[in-house]
Ligand binder design. Structure first.
Ligand code: ADP
Ligand code: AMP
Length: 214
Protein backbone atom coordinates (compact mmCIF):
# COMPACT_ATOMS: atom_id res chain seq x y z
CA UNK A 1 0.00 0.00 0.00
CA UNK A 2 1.47 3.36 -1.09
CA UNK A 3 -0.37 6.30 0.38
CA UNK A 4 0.12 10.05 0.66
CA UNK A 5 -1.61 12.26 3.22
CA UNK A 6 -2.92 15.67 2.16
CA UNK A 7 -4.44 18.39 4.32
CA UNK A 8 -3.65 21.71 5.94
CA UNK A 9 -0.93 21.93 8.57
CA UNK A 10 -2.52 20.66 11.79
CA UNK A 11 -5.28 18.72 9.99
CA UNK A 12 -4.16 15.49 11.66
CA UNK A 13 -1.96 13.92 8.96
CA UNK A 14 0.74 12.78 11.38
CA UNK A 15 -1.76 11.54 13.96
CA UNK A 16 -3.50 9.34 11.37
CA UNK A 17 -0.33 8.35 9.48
CA UNK A 18 1.16 6.81 12.64
CA UNK A 19 -1.94 4.66 13.10
CA UNK A 20 -2.13 3.61 9.45
CA UNK A 21 1.57 2.72 9.45
CA UNK A 22 1.06 0.49 12.49
CA UNK A 23 -2.07 -1.13 11.03
CA UNK A 24 -0.53 -1.90 7.63
CA UNK A 25 3.04 -2.47 8.86
CA UNK A 26 4.47 0.11 6.48
CA UNK A 27 6.92 2.93 7.28
CA UNK A 28 5.57 6.39 8.14
CA UNK A 29 7.72 8.87 6.26
CA UNK A 30 7.25 12.46 7.42
CA UNK A 31 9.38 15.12 5.75
CA UNK A 32 8.68 17.45 8.69
CA UNK A 33 10.06 14.81 11.09
CA UNK A 34 13.12 14.28 8.87
CA UNK A 35 13.84 18.03 8.82
CA UNK A 36 13.28 18.34 12.61
CA UNK A 37 15.66 15.46 13.27
CA UNK A 38 18.28 17.14 11.05
CA UNK A 39 17.79 20.40 12.98
CA UNK A 40 18.21 18.55 16.30
CA UNK A 41 21.39 16.88 15.06
CA UNK A 42 22.82 20.18 13.72
CA UNK A 43 23.34 18.91 10.14
CA UNK A 44 23.89 21.21 7.15
CA UNK A 45 20.45 20.24 5.81
CA UNK A 46 18.94 21.05 9.20
CA UNK A 47 20.52 24.51 9.23
CA UNK A 48 19.21 25.26 5.73
CA UNK A 49 15.72 23.85 6.41
CA UNK A 50 15.31 25.71 9.70
CA UNK A 51 15.60 29.11 8.05
CA UNK A 52 12.46 28.33 6.03
CA UNK A 53 10.53 26.35 8.66
CA UNK A 54 10.81 29.05 11.34
CA UNK A 55 9.20 31.53 8.94
CA UNK A 56 6.38 29.15 8.04
CA UNK A 57 7.72 28.77 4.49
CA UNK A 58 8.30 25.58 2.55
CA UNK A 59 11.81 24.18 2.29
CA UNK A 60 12.84 24.48 -1.41
CA UNK A 61 11.93 21.52 -3.64
CA UNK A 62 15.58 20.86 -4.52
CA UNK A 63 16.37 20.15 -0.85
CA UNK A 64 13.25 18.03 -0.38
CA UNK A 65 12.72 15.83 -3.44
CA UNK A 66 16.05 13.90 -3.44
CA UNK A 67 15.76 13.36 0.29
CA UNK A 68 12.40 11.65 -0.14
CA UNK A 69 13.45 9.62 -3.18
CA UNK A 70 16.47 8.26 -1.27
CA UNK A 71 14.18 7.32 1.60
CA UNK A 72 11.72 5.54 -0.73
CA UNK A 73 14.59 3.47 -2.14
CA UNK A 74 15.36 1.98 1.27
CA UNK A 75 14.44 -1.67 1.80
CA UNK A 76 11.66 -1.10 4.32
CA UNK A 77 9.73 1.03 1.78
CA UNK A 78 9.66 -1.70 -0.89
CA UNK A 79 6.30 -3.09 0.22
CA UNK A 80 4.69 0.29 0.75
CA UNK A 81 4.76 3.46 2.80
CA UNK A 82 2.71 6.35 4.03
CA UNK A 83 4.05 9.75 3.06
CA UNK A 84 3.10 12.56 5.46
CA UNK A 85 3.87 16.15 4.43
CA UNK A 86 5.17 15.23 0.98
CA UNK A 87 4.40 16.18 -1.74
CA UNK A 88 3.52 19.76 -0.82
CA UNK A 89 3.93 21.44 -4.22
CA UNK A 90 3.00 20.52 -7.80
CA UNK A 91 6.70 20.15 -8.79
CA UNK A 92 7.17 17.73 -5.85
CA UNK A 93 4.10 15.74 -6.94
CA UNK A 94 5.36 15.58 -10.52
CA UNK A 95 8.84 14.51 -9.39
CA UNK A 96 7.31 11.74 -7.26
CA UNK A 97 5.07 10.59 -10.10
CA UNK A 98 8.01 10.49 -12.53
CA UNK A 99 10.27 8.61 -10.10
CA UNK A 100 7.55 6.04 -9.44
CA UNK A 101 6.80 5.64 -13.17
CA UNK A 102 10.50 4.98 -13.80
CA UNK A 103 10.25 2.15 -11.26
CA UNK A 104 7.02 0.83 -12.86
CA UNK A 105 5.17 1.86 -9.74
CA UNK A 106 2.35 4.20 -8.65
CA UNK A 107 0.51 5.54 -5.60
CA UNK A 108 -2.64 3.76 -4.40
CA UNK A 109 -4.34 6.61 -2.53
CA UNK A 110 -4.05 10.32 -1.72
CA UNK A 111 -6.05 10.82 1.48
CA UNK A 112 -7.14 14.42 2.06
CA UNK A 113 -8.06 15.28 5.65
CA UNK A 114 -10.47 18.20 5.44
CA UNK A 115 -10.42 20.70 8.34
CA UNK A 116 -11.54 24.35 8.04
CA UNK A 117 -8.97 27.07 8.81
CA UNK A 118 -10.91 28.16 11.96
CA UNK A 119 -10.25 24.77 13.59
CA UNK A 120 -6.61 24.70 12.51
CA UNK A 121 -5.62 27.61 14.73
CA UNK A 122 -6.94 25.73 17.81
CA UNK A 123 -5.26 22.51 16.73
CA UNK A 124 -1.85 24.11 16.32
CA UNK A 125 -1.95 26.29 19.44
CA UNK A 126 -2.69 23.20 21.57
CA UNK A 127 -0.27 20.82 19.81
CA UNK A 128 2.53 19.45 21.96
CA UNK A 129 5.36 17.34 20.56
CA UNK A 130 7.62 14.96 22.43
CA UNK A 131 11.22 16.16 22.46
CA UNK A 132 12.36 12.52 22.56
CA UNK A 133 10.33 10.42 20.10
CA UNK A 134 8.34 13.12 18.29
CA UNK A 135 4.90 11.76 19.31
CA UNK A 136 2.15 14.36 19.02
CA UNK A 137 -0.47 15.34 21.60
CA UNK A 138 -3.03 18.10 22.05
CA UNK A 139 -3.64 19.76 25.41
CA UNK A 140 -7.43 19.56 24.92
CA UNK A 141 -8.19 16.97 22.23
CA UNK A 142 -5.46 14.38 22.80
CA UNK A 143 -3.76 15.01 26.17
CA UNK A 144 -0.89 12.82 27.32
CA UNK A 145 -1.86 10.53 30.21
CA UNK A 146 1.44 11.61 31.79
CA UNK A 147 0.67 15.37 31.70
CA UNK A 148 3.67 17.33 30.44
CA UNK A 149 5.60 14.12 29.69
CA UNK A 150 5.32 11.73 26.75
CA UNK A 151 3.16 8.65 27.33
CA UNK A 152 5.46 6.57 25.15
CA UNK A 153 9.00 7.53 26.15
CA UNK A 154 8.57 9.78 29.23
CA UNK A 155 10.49 12.74 27.75
CA UNK A 156 9.11 16.30 28.18
CA UNK A 157 6.62 17.70 25.66
CA UNK A 158 7.24 21.05 23.97
CA UNK A 159 5.56 23.55 21.66
CA UNK A 160 6.86 23.34 18.07
CA UNK A 161 8.58 26.60 17.12
CA UNK A 162 6.51 26.85 13.94
CA UNK A 163 3.25 26.52 15.91
CA UNK A 164 3.53 30.07 17.28
CA UNK A 165 0.39 32.04 16.25
CA UNK A 166 2.22 34.44 13.91
CA UNK A 167 3.72 31.50 11.97
CA UNK A 168 0.51 29.48 11.83
CA UNK A 169 -1.27 32.03 9.62
CA UNK A 170 1.69 32.11 7.25
CA UNK A 171 1.69 28.31 7.04
CA UNK A 172 -2.02 28.31 6.24
CA UNK A 173 -1.47 30.88 3.46
CA UNK A 174 1.37 28.75 2.06
CA UNK A 175 -0.87 25.67 2.24
CA UNK A 176 -3.66 27.35 0.26
CA UNK A 177 -1.39 28.74 -2.42
CA UNK A 178 1.12 25.90 -2.88
CA UNK A 179 -0.30 22.64 -1.51
CA UNK A 180 -4.08 22.79 -2.01
CA UNK A 181 -3.67 22.53 -5.84
CA UNK A 182 -2.53 18.93 -5.22
CA UNK A 183 -6.15 18.03 -4.47
CA UNK A 184 -7.08 18.54 -8.13
CA UNK A 185 -3.82 16.92 -9.26
CA UNK A 186 -4.74 13.65 -7.50
CA UNK A 187 -8.46 13.97 -8.31
CA UNK A 188 -7.49 13.93 -11.99
CA UNK A 189 -5.53 10.72 -11.34
CA UNK A 190 -8.59 9.22 -9.64
CA UNK A 191 -6.80 8.36 -6.38
CA UNK A 192 -8.05 11.25 -4.22
CA UNK A 193 -10.20 10.26 -1.23
CA UNK A 194 -11.42 12.89 1.26
CA UNK A 195 -12.33 12.46 4.92
CA UNK A 196 -13.91 14.85 7.41
CA UNK A 197 -11.02 15.70 9.74
CA UNK A 198 -13.21 17.57 12.24
CA UNK A 199 -14.46 14.26 13.68
CA UNK A 200 -12.84 12.52 16.65
CA UNK A 201 -9.40 11.00 15.96
CA UNK A 202 -10.86 7.45 16.19
CA UNK A 203 -13.67 8.25 13.73
CA UNK A 204 -11.26 9.80 11.23
CA UNK A 205 -9.15 6.66 11.49
CA UNK A 206 -12.21 4.45 10.94
CA UNK A 207 -13.16 6.47 7.84
CA UNK A 208 -9.64 6.17 6.40
CA UNK A 209 -9.52 2.43 7.19
CA UNK A 210 -12.83 1.95 5.33
CA UNK A 211 -11.32 3.62 2.25
CA UNK A 212 -8.14 1.53 2.37
CA UNK A 213 -10.09 -1.71 2.84
CA UNK A 214 -12.66 -1.01 0.09
P1 ADP B 1 -0.46 17.50 10.91
O1 ADP B 1 0.46 16.30 10.87
O2 ADP B 1 -1.49 17.47 9.81
O3 ADP B 1 0.26 18.81 10.97
P2 ADP B 1 -1.10 16.58 13.61
O4 ADP B 1 -1.39 15.13 13.39
O5 ADP B 1 0.20 16.93 14.25
O6 ADP B 1 -1.32 17.41 12.23
O7 ADP B 1 -2.31 17.18 14.46
C1 ADP B 1 -2.34 18.57 14.84
C2 ADP B 1 -2.89 18.71 16.26
O8 ADP B 1 -4.28 18.38 16.26
C3 ADP B 1 -2.21 17.77 17.27
O9 ADP B 1 -2.11 18.46 18.49
C4 ADP B 1 -3.19 16.59 17.36
O10 ADP B 1 -3.12 16.00 18.65
C5 ADP B 1 -4.55 17.25 17.12
N1 ADP B 1 -5.48 16.40 16.37
C6 ADP B 1 -5.21 15.53 15.35
N2 ADP B 1 -6.35 14.96 14.89
C7 ADP B 1 -7.37 15.50 15.62
C8 ADP B 1 -8.82 15.32 15.63
N3 ADP B 1 -9.42 14.50 14.76
N4 ADP B 1 -9.53 16.04 16.51
C9 ADP B 1 -8.92 16.90 17.38
N5 ADP B 1 -7.59 17.11 17.42
C10 ADP B 1 -6.81 16.41 16.57
P1 AMP C 1 5.14 19.39 9.04
O1 AMP C 1 5.80 18.65 10.16
O2 AMP C 1 4.66 18.47 7.94
O3 AMP C 1 4.06 20.34 9.52
O4 AMP C 1 6.27 20.28 8.36
C1 AMP C 1 6.91 21.33 9.08
C2 AMP C 1 7.67 22.23 8.11
O5 AMP C 1 8.68 21.48 7.43
C3 AMP C 1 6.84 22.87 7.00
O6 AMP C 1 6.16 24.03 7.42
C4 AMP C 1 7.92 23.16 5.96
O7 AMP C 1 8.68 24.31 6.30
C5 AMP C 1 8.83 21.94 6.09
N1 AMP C 1 8.42 20.85 5.17
C6 AMP C 1 7.94 19.63 5.52
N2 AMP C 1 7.66 18.89 4.43
C7 AMP C 1 7.97 19.68 3.36
C8 AMP C 1 7.88 19.52 1.94
N3 AMP C 1 7.41 18.39 1.39
N4 AMP C 1 8.28 20.54 1.16
C9 AMP C 1 8.75 21.68 1.68
N5 AMP C 1 8.83 21.92 3.00
C10 AMP C 1 8.45 20.93 3.84
Amino acid sequence: MKIIMLGAPGAGKGTQAIRIAAEYQIPHISTGDIFRSNIKNGTELGKKARAYMDQGLLVPDELTVDLVMDRLDQDDAKKGYILDGFPRTIPQAKALEKALQERGDKLDYAIDIEVPDENIVDRMSGRRACTGCGATYHIKFQPSAKGALCEICGEPLSIREDDLPETVQKRLDVYHSQTQPLIDFYKERDILRSVDGTKHVDEVFADISAILEA
